[in-house]
Ligand binder design. Sequence first.
Ligand code: BES
Ligand code: MN
Ligand code: ZN
Length: 508
Amino acid sequence: MNHEPYKLIPEGFTAVPSIEGDEPELHFVDGFDQLDAIGVLVPSEGDVPASVGLHREALESAGFDGKPGSTLQLANASGTLVVAVGGGKPGSLDADGRRKAAAALVRATQRHARIGFELSDTEGIDAEQLGQVLAEGVLLARYSYETLKSKSKQAALREVQFLAPGLDSAPEDRAAADRGLTTGRVKVRATTIARDLCNAPPSHLTAAGLGEVSQELGKRFGFTVEEFDKQQLIDLRCGGLLGVNAGSAQEPRMIKLSYKPEGSPTGHLGLVGKGIMYDSGGVSLKPSDPMHLLMKMDMGGAAAVLAVFTALRDLGCTSAVTGFLMCTDNMPSGSAYKLGDVLTTRSGLTIEVKNTDAEGRLVMCDALTLAVEDKVDGIVDIATLTGAALMSLGQLTAPVFGNDQGLVDRVLASGNRADEQVWQLPLERAYRPQLDSDVADISNLGGPYAGSTTAALFLAEFVGETPWAHIDIAGTMQSDKDDAWRSKGATGFGARLLIDLALGYSAG
Ligand code: BES
Ligand code: MN
Ligand code: ZN
């Protein structure tokens, strides 16, 4: 059994994310009770709320300027820590700013189990949205991957009380705010699943393992899961996924997820996720630089799509959603696919492999074909596809491409609401000849420039006329540091955006 000792899995380890257990209580209150720490939103000018117990001069002399994202911890005689949380110019905090403020408070109270948050005003923000962003900020910032640590470095969060003036006078607002907390919680649970799966070591989570995790989650959260193994993928003629898998000691999996709403669906959305469990580059081996240490997260697209399905029933999604997770690792070996090999895809198109490290587009193309065959109204794919996405837009913004402006606009709007920033780049058809091949219908490698665009142009070949958008999360899949709602490590980027998009999706 111990011939691969590095795969020895600690007792109690499960790749199924630990989503049940001691969830903190979150609620709006009329007054604080029994807290270890209290955060108070303090604007950058004007009156300082009385609960801070200090004047502006005192805060300023301690270096607190009230800028959004800033915090100052104030020990005091009562033993309850008071944290001034920067609120920016009075009245300037939008929903996004409040999510960030909640995250900043949580980062300043890592050792505290019961936290209060006093919001100075709730003007100009919908009560339900307020609940949602507060839950998201708090819970996403408290995340850390500790499954494989012997000791936890932060205290378990037991309770967060929100004091929001204005809400107490209107019972219907209060109910809406509570609903928002629940929605936020469900979205964070989904994001946590995506993060845990991305953070899991590559030898602990294989393609077949992700299949098992999907089955488990499907039972719990009300969606169906079909797994396709190597033989079934051969029967389906998925030559792209099979080609990439050729060098692997592990079997590939295509995992098909389906959600159906109770009534008649408002539309049918197809989601496709890149599930490279580990990307070594294959025969076009990657160098051992720190970025490539992160290639266990090359299944971040698949993780985001799976995460979306865990939220649909609980959030009352009205559209049908079909997901495809395209899973294998990309390894060099005696049986690996080679440069110059030609793969035949399900669509019939043949592909010349000019670089085995451009494997993402090869596994995605078969799923795009299958989604089109399923006659979905629109397809959104999500993939850690190109280093060029990281080079062009960095770690905070993901490029989006598409053949249908309406669908791209919806992706942009959902990204805004979720604070998962996306920015449209052009699907410049003039670059398409870069993908020409002398021996096959198309090659998997473009020229030296606009790498994200040529990758998107490759994918576009497989969607025909079906409205389609492609999100490249190579840059945004992880964060080098704790930063607002992003906790260091995998970000789960795309899960909240795609949930927002799926909930009320309709054709056109
Ligand atoms: N998984 C990588 C892209 C990636 C890079 C994700 C950095 C996250 C961080 C992808 O499979 C890849 O290797 N892309 C190549 C494509 C190239 C060979 C055309 C790249 O971007 O270098
Ligand atoms: Mn690669
Ligand atoms: Zn990859």
